[in-house]
Each structure stands twice: as structure tokens, then as C-alpha cells.
Design a protein around this ligand. Structure first.
Ligand code: PLP
Length: 454
């Protein structure tokens, strides 16, 4: 980028406001934007030349850190050799094949085959269409409904926004598509139940059984859930007995379990895939973000052997009619291979488990603060929920703008991250070191004290 007047701050901001529509667009957020110019390791540098710790790995995705030459070389070499090849119509490419071989080794052992998308939203749509197609081919064309959870985020396409459990994503866009319903999230901090016979985790999972029975099992295709609810929930880690019970219920009623691991996949939580924490295997797993660390767009789904069989055995005239031009894109696949190699060679999954524990342990001392409701997380995926009143768990009134003020204080101290409502979310690159983790924890403490007192 040249340093001419067209690239001075005021000209950039003016044209950004005039011409660029942002995700979750509103100009109120872009009057004085962060203009990021470069990145190295866990640091991002802005137009003014100041560096900040990237507390959210870009948008929960830059696992291996910024400025990795291996990924630059992978993309450049592949673009020179073969920039594009279709995977339609009897064509394939060796990079996509090498990537599915690698995924077969890294993903849940029951997952047999993979389809590639461009990101997470279209991965959700692909899962939903695949679940419905599976049941239709098996002779159950009425198994169409998708059960999801409140506070979940599954993306912004029409299908993914219908699965998403945050109502704001549907405000002004018309109602969700028919056939999508949402049960309560198992949020351990806020979930309440009148049941005394079982644990809160089991009670929360049993809401799925209730919903299936209410709707009729013959109408339900799948249950979709993020193992740790991220962008909608503010890092909600379920109780340990939640997913095992969910799996039992899905099996009992022939409902497919879709694990949305767009944030939790590839080591973010300290395991390659997050349902491993609870010994559960999904029928469909969806991924994006960390598979390329954001260096190139790529997402996808993995399916069980039973689902792959159905796709393979369908009558050719009634096949799985789903596809994207960029599916199995050779550049994306090559970047993913180089990125997964780094994750494996540098032991980043174990590192995430180890450093995530260190970060959470250091933040736990905050739990005596009158406005810190809960510190929670799994691996390097952490949330700190702030409340007006610790006893009642009451939220701050929105006019106080606590989240926005905290975000500003974090930034002033050199940490860039996202505060969802009043939950400070932390998901730094997995290459972060001990000293940087401690700095992040210290900045969070100081920022909370600056806004809410000691
Ligand atoms: N699913 C989950 C769990 C996500 O967190 C996201 C994005 O944050 C998506 C799906 C949508 O992914 P994308 O933004 O790549 O479309």
C-alpha cells in the first residue's frame, strides 16, 4: 500500500464509511476504526505503527500466528503451479486428496469423508442439507427439522442464520426458515431447572429429548451444537455430562448429531476436536477458521461412514445435488496442509491445553471481584463474564456501556479483543508464549479495575 494522501487515515476512514459494508454492519462502529496494516506472531500493527496483542486471533482463526512464511510459500507456489481446478464433473486434485487423508487421521475416528466449503456459514448449510438428504435416501423424507440451541452461532446464510439461536440475526430479515427450533443452552452459569433427580447437565440435555418427542422423532433430522458456544454465547463450556447424554438421546431417536467446530476445531480447546473432551463422536462435524489459520478461505464438513455410504449409493439421477465452485480449491487445500503441519510439528494442540490452563488459572483470582461473575474456558478459548451484581447475576444496564468501556481500556493497554455484551472473549493465537499469556491476564485485570474499581 502506498503512503500517498489517498491512504492517509482520514481518506481511508471516509471511503470505508462510504463504500465498505462490514460484517454486522453499522457505521457507529466504524467512525474511528482500527486500521490494521501488518501482523507478526501474536502482534498486529496498525496504521499509526502501534502494535497490539491479538487477543482473538483475528476472528478466532489465526492459530499459527501472523506472518508465517510457510503459509505464504504454500499459497504462492500453488498459485504458480495450478491456481484453480474444479472438483466437479469427474475432476479432482492431489492437494484436496492429501488434505482429506490428513483430516482422516486428525478428525474423530468415525468420520470417513469430507466436503469442502469456503467458510463456516456454508458448512452449516451443507450439514443441514446433508442430514436431510441422508434421511430422505433412507426412506424418511419427513425427517427435516433441525434442533439447535439458544445463544448458538452457526453463521449468516439463510440456513445458518435459521439454525443460529441469537434472535438479532433474524430481526428485519423475516422469520427463520420453517423447521428450525431452539432449546435452552446448557450455560452452567445461568441454566436453572426445577428438576432435582438429575444434574443440571443432564437436565439441559433432556430438553432435547422433550423437543424431539414434542415434534415427533419422525420429523427431526438433526441436532446441531457448538461444543463450546462461542460467538453467540460468549464462551459457554457445558457441564461434563451434557454431551454424553445428548449423544444417547440422538441415538435413541435416530437424530443426527452435528458438531459445529468452526471455532473449537484443530486444537483451540486443547484437543484436536472438542467433543473428544467428553468421549463423544458426532455424525457430522463442521469446521473452518483454524484449518487455514485464516490465510485462505476454507471450511467444510466431515461425515460418518453411514452418511458417506448413502451419498455413494444414491441413484445417479437422484444424487446429493450440492456444490460450490471453490470446493476443494487447490490453493486453500495446500495452505491448510502447511498450516496443519505447523500445528502438529509445533505441538500447538497440547500448547493450547497447557497455556489455556495457565491463562484461566491467572484470571481466576479475579473471581473475588464484585463484578466478575465467572471466568470460564477450555484450552485457549476463554470468557470472563462481568455482572452488575455477583449475588443475583444481574447484567449491567446497557446505557452504562460497560463492555465498550472495558474494550477501550484493554486496547489502551495493548490488547485487542472482542467483548460480547459484557463477556470478555480471549482466543489468542496458539503460538502465544507464557510471558504473553501472563501479560494478557494482567491487562484484563487492570482494565476491569479501571472501569469497575478494585
Ligand atoms: N459456526 C460457528 C460456530 C462460528 O463461530 C462461525 C463464525 O464465527 C460460523 C459458523 C460461520 O463461519 P463463517 O463466518 O466462516 O461463515
Amino acid at each position: 500500500m502506498s503512503n500517498g494522501p489517498a491512504n492517509g487515515r482520514s481518506a481511508l476512514v471516509k471511503d470505508d464509511l462510504a463504500y465498505l459494508i462490514h460484517p454486522q454492519h453499522h457505521p457507529i462502529e466504524h467512525q474511528d476504526p482500527h486500521i490494521w496494516i501488518s501482523g507478526q506472531g501474536v502482534k498486529l500493527t496498525n496504521l499509526e505503527g502501534k502494535s497490539y496483542t491479538d487477543g482473538l486471533s483475528g476472528m478466532w482463526n489465526v492459530y499459527v500466528g501472523h506472518g508465517r512464511q510457510e503459509l505464504v510459500d504454500a499459497a504462492a507456489q500453488q498459485m504458480k503451479t495450478l491456481a484453480f481446478a474444479t472438483a466437479y464433473a469427474g475432476s479432482t486434485n492431489p492437494l484436496a486428496i492429501e488434505l482429506v487423508r490428513t483430516l482422516k487421521r486428525l478428525v474423530y475416528p468415525n468420520i470417513e469423508a469430507f466436503y469442502f466449503t469456503l467458510g463456516g456459514s456454508d458448512a452449516t448449510d451443507t450439514s443441514i442439507r446433508t442430514a436431510r438428504f441422508y434421511w430422505s435416501e433412507k426412506g424418511f423424507p419427513n425427517k427435516l427439522k433441525i434442533i439447535a440451541r439458544k445463544l448458538s452461532y452457526h453463521g449468516s446464510t439463510v440456513g445458518a442464520a435459521s439454525a443460529t439461536g441469537v434472535d438479532e440475526f433474524s430481526n428485519g430479515f423475516g422469520p427463520r426458515l420453517p423447521g428450525f427450533l431452539h432449546i435452552d443452552s446448557p450455560n452452567p452459569y445461568r441454566f436453572t431447572t426445577s428438576r432435582k433427580d438429575v444434574s443440571p447437565g443432564v437436565a439441559a440435555a433432556d430438553l432435547l429429548e422433550e423437543a424431539i418427542l414434542r415434534e415427533g422423532p419422525e420429523t427431526v433430522a438433526a441436532f446441531i451444537a457448538e461444543p463450546v458456544q462461542g460467538g453467540g454465547g460468549g464462551v459457554l463450556v457445558p457441564p461434563d455430562d451434557y454431551f454424553p447424554r445428548i449423544k444417547e438421546i440422538c441415538e435413541r431417536y435416530n437424530v443426527l448429531l452435528i458438531s459445529d467446530e468452526v471455532i473449537t476445531g484443530f486444537g483451540r480447546t486443547g484437543r484436536w476436536f472438542a467433543l473428544e473432551h467428553w468421549g463423544v463422536k458426532p455424525d457430522i462435524v463442521q469446521f473452518a477458521k483454524g484449518i487455514t489459520s485464516g490465510y485462505f478461505p476454507l471450511g467444510g464438513i466431515g461425515v460418518s461412514g453411514a452418511i458417506k455410504d448413502i451419498l455413494d449409493k444414491a441413484n445417479p439421477s437422484h444424487r446429493w445435488m450440492h456444490g460450490y465452485t471453490a470446493s476443494a480449491h487447490p490453493v486453500a487445500c495446500r495452505v491448510a496442509l502447511a498450516n496443519l503441519r505447523i500445528i502438529e510439528q509445533e505441538g500447538l494442540v497440547e500448547r493450547s491445553a497447557h497455556l489455556g490452563k495457565r491463562l484461566i488459572d491467572r484470571l481466576r483470582s479475579l473471581e473475588t471481584h464484585q463484578n466478575v461473575g465467572e471466568v470460564r474456558g477450555l484450552g485457549l478459548l476463554v470468557g470472563i463474564e462481568l455482572v452488575a451484581n455477583r449475588q443475583t447475576k444481574e447484567n449491567f444496564v446497557s446505557t452504562l456501556e460497560v463492555g465498550k468501556r472495558i474494550r477501550h481500556e484493554l486496547f489502551v493497554r495493548g490488547l485487542y479483543t472482542r467483548v460480547l455484551g459484557e463477556v470478555i472473549c480471549l482466543a489468542p493465537p496458539l503460538v502465544i508464549n507464557e510471558e504473553e499469556v501472563d501479560q494478557v491476564a494482567d491487562i484484563v485485570k487492570e482494565s476491569i479495575q479501571a472501569v469497575l474499581g478494585a
